[in-house]
Design a binder for this molecule. Sequence first.
Ligand code: GRF
Length: 203
Amino acid sequence: ARIGVLLSGSGSNLQALLDAAAAGRLPARFATVISNRADAYGLQRAEAAGVPTRVIDHRGFAERERFDAAVADALAEAGAEIVVLAGFMRVLTPGFVERFSGRLLNIHPSLLPDFRGLHTHERALAAGVERHGCTVHFVTPALDAGPAIIQGVVPVGSGDTAETLAERVQRQEHRVYPLAVAWLASGRLALTADGPRLDGRPL
Ligand code: GRF
């Protein structure tokens, strides 16, 4: 399968996917990495791995729909069959999401449905939870509400700060995202009308 990755920042999750592919744990090729920010470090990671990159700056578009259409066109041009959101800090329109339905994954830094949206580590600490983590999910038009595929769970300690917690959660992100993408790329994972299925069984 050919993968397109969308990102806005550091791209450590992209790196985990590139490393998994290089190690033979992800049966896929990277068709393109697209960033809305020219200074995203993830672009350098892609280039170092020989993956073609594109910058599509959202500020050049008056409407969200136009930006999303440009991103969708770039993905189609690159032949991307699966689209992986890896720290892409733009909300996608329903039109985009529907176009890639069942082929569009995101990773969110919380145990969904808890802490949708931003600043999840700060909010988890403020709420005093004992467990926190990350969730890979299919993207649907409702923000951070698509069906979950796999979660990585970490304990929260009394000495934790948002930074120590983020670091612990990111180690889980780098473990579970390559797994989920590999499942989708190999056809083991699918989004059906009855929800996500892995090897034909409900998740
Ligand atoms: C991760 O925390 C991910 O959960 C969230 O955005 C962040 C991306 O980090 N969606 P990186 O750019 O992959 O390092």
